[in-house]
Design a protein around this ligand. Structure first.
Ligand code: ZN
Ligand code: ZN
Length: 129
């Protein structure tokens, strides 16, 4: 495997392991470990974003860019919830939402991109604390 391919694979592995949590570029570099090349991480992040495999999001209360991986096949079929307090992502697996998406698509003749559709709110853990 070429160096760039290895760098990209390491990046995707990290993103897949942290699908519930948007990550900053710095955090990604730390998670990849000593083999991470900062410039390769940034280059790959922008390539993956162009391919629609990751979405950028802003950390609440700061202007730091975070990256959320939406590239797995299953993420194309459901909506996502994001906690505005802790940033955690929830993969919504409620059958009713699929019915809602289908209804909207038929009614409005609108193609919904489920993997990038996020409903914002506060998660259970953050409401309790
Ligand atoms: Zn998902
Ligand atoms: Zn939360």
């Amino acid at each position: 495997m070429s160096y760039m391919t290895l760098q990209r694979k390491a990046l995707i592995d990290v993103l897949e392991q942290h699908r519930d949590e948007p990550l900053s570029a710095d955090r990604i570099i730390t998670l990849i470990g000593e083999n991470a090349s900062r410039s390769a991480v940034y280059r790959n992040l922008s390539a993956l974003e162009k391919q629609g495999l990751i979405k950028k999001t802003a950390a609440s209360g700061s202007n730091k860019t975070l990256y959320r991986y939406v590239g797995s096949d299953e993420c194309r079929d459901h909506l996502h919830l994001e906690c505005s307090a802790c940033g955690k992502t929830y993969h919504l697996k409620v059958p009713a939402t699929n019915a809602l998406i289908n209804d909207v698509m038929q009614d409005a003749n609108f193609q919904i991109d489920s993997s990038s559709t996020v409903l914002y709110g506060i998660c259970e853990k953050c409401r309790k604390s």
